[in-house]
Design a protein around this ligand. Structure first.
Ligand SMILES: [Zn+2]
Length: 475
C-alpha cells in the first residue's frame, strides 16, 4: 500500500445560523415539533414564490472572506432537478454555474508540517426535509429543515490522508464558528461532509476514478471512511480490477462502505437559472463593509500565541481549534508567568482528566501552571491537583500546602531517601553498575515512592548517578 496515495476532495455542507430560513419568513428554532416550522413557501405549495433572505447572503460572503475566497459581484440561484421525497418541489434551489464565492484556501497544521488546501468554491443552497421511517407503518415527512440555509464548501482534491482531511475539517469549522456564521454542531447535522476518494500510484499526475461517500457527520467517520475506501480501491488496483465511479454509503458500525448507485453527472440534474429569484448583486462597498465585520480568525490568533507565548505551531493550532478553548487559554495566560505550561495542561493533561466536567476557573488553572513552572510541584502532583480542582474546585496553592504536596527540591533532604533505596535494593543498583541502564528508571521510581511522589525527579536522577559512580566501598 506504500506505493499508492489517496487523493481526497471534500464537499462540506454547513448550516448557517440565521434567524430565518433562506426563502421564507419561517423562524429557525431549537427542537420544533414536526412540521411546526413550516409555511406555504418551504412546503412548496402551488403559487408561492421564494424571496432571498439578505442575512443568508451576508453570512455566505463573510464565510468566503474568512477563507480568503473571491466574492463574486454577480451570482445566481439555479434549480437542481431531482426526485427528493423530502423536498416537495422536486428540485433544490442551489447554485451551479455562478456561485457566490470562487477559490479561497485553508491552511492546516499536520504532524508533518503546514499545508495549504485550496478551495474550489462556496455556494448557497437550501436544505431538504427529513424522512422518518416507522417500522412496518410507512414513512413520515418532516419539512422543518426544508429551506434551512446551507453553504456548500468544495475543496480541490488537495488532501492526501485521513489525518489531513480531519485537520482541514477542524480548521474550516473553527474559521466559520469564529466568523459567527454557523454553530457547526456536528452531532446536530449542522456540518456534514461528502468525501471523494480516488487512489493512484505515488508520483502519478493523473487522477484515478473516484467514489463518493455522502453525509458523514463526525471527524471519526470521515477518517474511517477514507481509510477503508483507500484500502478497498488499492486492493482493486492491485488485483487489476476497474474502479467504478459511484456513490457509496459508509456504515459506521461495520467500518465498511457499500455501493449505493453509480454516480450521476452534473448534466443529469438539468440545472437551470431559477426564474423566481433575481440574481444576487454585491457592490465592492457592500463587500468591504462585511470584511470589516470579520473578527480575529484562528490563524491570526495562532500567530499571536507563537509570538507572544513561545508556543509551537502545532500546539497553537490545537488551542485555536475551538474558540471557547482559545478564549479560555487567553484568560488563564493573562494570570500566569508560564503561558506555555497552561497550554500544555490544556492540550495534554486536562482532556484525559476532565471527562464530562467543565473546565476549571481559568485563574486557578493559571495558579497550577505557576506551581509547576516554578518547580513547586512535579508533574505527578500536578495531575493530583488538577483532579482535585475538577472535582471540588479547590484553591491550588492552599491545597498543595494543606496536603503537603510541595516538591522536594532540597538535595540534602533527598539524599537520605536515595541512600535508603540504594541500601534496600542493592541488586537493582548492581544491575545499573553492570550496564543495565534501564535500572535507573526503577531506582528513580522507588525514591519517588519513598517521598510519596513529591521528589524532584531531575535531582533524584543526578543524586543516583553521582552515588552509583562512586567506588562501591561498602561491598
Ligand atoms: Zn417557510
Amino acid at each position: 500500500m506504500n506505493e499508492y496515495e489517496a487523493v481526497i476532495g471534500l464537499e462540506v455542507h454547513v448550516e448557517l445560523s440565521t434567524a430565518r430560513k433562506i426563502f421564507c419568513f419561517c423562524e429557525i428554532r431549537e427542537n420544533p415539533e414536526p412540521n411546526e416550522q413550516t409555511c406555504e413557501v418551504c412546503t412548496s405549495l402551488p403559487g408561492t414564490l421564494p424571496v432571498m433572505n439578505r442575512d443568508v447572503v451576508t453570512s455566505a460572503v463573510k464565510a468566503g472572506l474568512a477563507v480568503n475566497g473571491q466574492i463574486n459581484h454577480f451570482s445566481r440561484m439555479d434549480r437542481k432537478n431531482y426526485f427528493y421525497p423530502d423536498l416537495p418541489k422536486a428540485y433544490q434551489i442551489s447554485q451551479s454555474q455562478m456561485p457566490i464565492v470562487t477559490g479561497g484556501h485553508v491552511d492546516i497544521e499536520t504532524k508533518d508540517g503546514a499545508r495549504r488546501i485550496e478551495l474550489t468554491r462556496i455556494h448557497l443552497e437550501e436544505d431538504a426535509g427529513k424522512l422518518i421511517h416507522l417500522e412496518g407503518q410507512g414513512t413520515l415527512v418532516d419539512c422543518n429543515r426544508c429551506g434551512v440555509p446551507l453553504i456548500e464548501i468544495v475543496s480541490e482534491p488537495d488532501l492526501r490522508s485521513a489525518d489531513e482531511a480531519v485537520q482541514f475539517l477542524k480548521k474550516l469549522r473553527a474559521i466559520l464558528i469564529y466568523t459567527g456564521v454557523t454553530r457547526a454542531r456536528m452531532q446536530e447535522g449542522e456540518m456534514r461532509c461528502d468525501v471523494n476518494v480516488s487512489v493512484r500510484k505515488k508520483g502519478d499526475a493523473t487522477l484515478g476514478t473516484r467514489s463518493e461517500m455522502k453525509n458523514l457527520n463526525s471527524f471519526a467517520f470521515v477518517a474511517k471512511a477514507i481509510e477503508s475506501e483507500f484500502k478497498r480501491q488499492t486492493e482493486l488496483l492491485e488485483a487489476g480490477a476497474e474502479i467504478i465511479q459511484e456513490t457509496r454509503r459508509f456504515d459506521d458500525k461495520t467500518g465498511q462502505s457499500y455501493a449505493m448507485r453509480t454516480k450521476e453527472d452534473a448534466d443529469d440534474y438539468r440545472y437551470f437559472p431559477d426564474p423566481d429569484l433575481v440574481p444576487i448583486h454585491l457592490t465592492a462597498k457592500e463587500i468591504d463593509a462585511l470584511a470589516r465585520e470579520i473578527p480575529e480568525l484562528p490563524d491570526a490568533r495562532k500567530a499571536r500565541y507563537i509570538k507572544d507565548y513561545g508556543i509551537s505551531a502545532y500546539d497553537a493550532e490545537r488551542l485555536t481549534e475551538e474558540m471557547a478553548i482559545a478564549d479560555y487559554f487567553e484568560r488563564a495566560a493573562e494570570h500566569t508567568g508560564s503561558a506555555k505550561t497552561v497550554a500544555n495542561l490544556l492540550i495534554s493533561d486536562l482532556p484525559n482528566l476532565q471527562k464530562d466536567r467543565p473546565l476549571p476557573d481559568p485563574l486557578k488553572l493559571a495558579a497550577v501552571a505557576d506551581l509547576q513552572a516554578n518547580g513547586q510541584i512535579n508533574s505527578s502532583t500536578t495531575k493530583k491537583v488538577l483532579i482535585a480542582l475538577l472535582e471540588s474546585d479547590i484553591d491550588p496553592v492552599a491545597y498543595v500546602q494543606a496536603e503537603n504536596l510541595l516538591q522536594i527540591n532540597d538535595v540534602d533532604a533527598l539524599r537520605p531517601y536515595v541512600d535508603k533505596v540504594l541500601t534496600a535494593r542493592a541488586n537493582v543498583a548492581d544491575d545499573y553498575r553492570s550496564g543495565k541502564t534501564k535500572a535507573m528508571q526503577s531506582l528513580i521510581g522507588m525514591v519517588m515512592r519513598e517521598t510519596a511522589g513529591r521528589a524532584n525527579p531531575v535531582l533524584i536522577q543526578a543524586l543516583l548517578e553521582a552515588r552509583l559512580a562512586e567506588p562501591d566501598d561498602k561491598a
